[in-house]
Design a protein around this ligand. Structure first.
Ligand code: FES
Length: 108
């Protein structure tokens, strides 16, 4: 899969099936925070999914939608990285890192 950093640099990384985008980011030193470690209690793992890929993702659950509402720089194809789990179909997935993030846990 590919991460597009805020400066536009594309980073292609290995994306093992079954891992979340957040876990993959952490394994590859991608600057995606994920303050609550995937328990849907922050929005710091916010990523902007390439529109081509967005449709292929399992739809966001209500909890995720609620948390996304708090994310900084929300877009129509925003998702929480910890909720996107790699599958075979998602081979090649491209997501961009948002310009800023807000941690719902610390309120900053
Ligand atoms: S890591 Fe906190 S919601 Fe994803």
């Amino acid at each position: 899969m590919t991460f597009v950093k805020t400066d536009g640099t594309r980073v292609e990384v290995d994306a093992p099936i079954g891992l979340s985008v957040l876990e993959i980011a952490h394994r590859n030193d991608i600057d995606l925070e994920g303050a609550c470690e995937g328990s849907l209690a922050c929005s710091t793992c916010h990523v902007i999914v390439d529109p081509e890929w967005y449709e292929l993702l399992v739809a966001a659950k209500e909890d995720e939608e609620d948390m996304l509402d708090l994310a900084f720089g929300l877009t129509r194809t925003s998702r929480l990285g910890c909720q996107i789990i790699m599958t075979e179909e998602l081979d090649g997935l491209t997501v961009s890192l948002p310009a800023g993030s807000r941690n719902a846990m610390s309120g900053t």
